[in-house]
Design a protein around this ligand. Structure first.
Ligand SMILES: [Zn+2]
Length: 227
């Protein structure tokens, strides 16, 4: 396995990740209007936008897909998302899941209020992914995209052969109104979240890179399964 560089790119209140091995793949695109922010960060890394060949959207919430149209144009990369949420991107829909637990309900309410103020452009989807394992080898990355529902029914995660897992909102860590890592504050189904954690662990996930908060050990998920 060659060298792996993982660059965390906060684009609005959402961590996007640029994974560099032989190829370059971007996970998520952040809020709307993040094009200049994205370009500045790439310049700092001496990476040319056109070298990115794939943009994987972990799911279709507006804080992850807001700049998809801009970044697709800028990079020429293919946009991929699970087929269930293809419309959310192509029609710029603002779908939001319910809160999990009391703090989650507060976050859910805040997210809904914020969503009223957010507009983002529609973006064509190039690859509507099925639930089967999707290999990233054609894009120069030793890893796969796995179907990991729970936060939404179309959520997917990138799992590298190194054990690095980019999970979108399938797990969250410390952020406003959160003091620990693990169960996301919002989600469609708590038990399905846990099943997806198990899938990631069974497939060798060692480090979790969430869209909100810092990266943490996969042991946290292991403990969450027994709790
Ligand atoms: Zn989300």
């Amino acid at each position: 396995m060659g060298k792996t560089d993982i660059h965390k790119l906060p684009l609005g209140n959402c961590n996007c990740y640029l994974i560099k091995q032989e190829g370059l793949v971007l996970v998520d695109t952040g809020f709307a209007n993040q094009k200049d922010n994205f370009l500045r960060r790439l310049e700092g890394l001496s990476i040319t936008p056109k070298d990115i060949s794939l943009i994987l959207l972990t799911h279709g919430h507006y804080d992850h897909i807001g700049s998809a149209a801009d970044l697709r144009k800028l990079t020429g990369a293919k946009i991929a998302i699970n087929y269930r949420e293809r419309d959310w991107v192509e029609q710029a829909l603002k779908r939001l899941p319910p809160g999990i637990g009391f703090p989650g309900k507060v976050v859910a309410l805040m997210t809904r209020v914020m969503a009223l103020m957010v507009e983002f452009p529609r973006c064509p989807v190039d690859l509507g992914l099925e639930d089967e394992v999707f290999s990233l080898r054609p894009f120069g990355i030793e890893g796969t995209v796995l179907y990991t529902p729970g936060h939404t029914w179309g959520s997917m995660s990138v799992l590298l052969d190194t054990g690095d897992a980019f999970v979108g909102d399938l797990a969250m860590s410390v952020m406003p109104l959160r003091f620990n890592s693990g169960m996301p504050s919002l989600g469609d189904d708590r038990n399905t979240v846990k099943e997806s954690w198990r899938l990631l662990l069974d497939n060798g996930a060692r480090t979790i890179h969430p869209a909100h908060g810092h990266s943490f050990s996969a042991d946290v998920l292991k403990k969450g399964l027994s709790g």
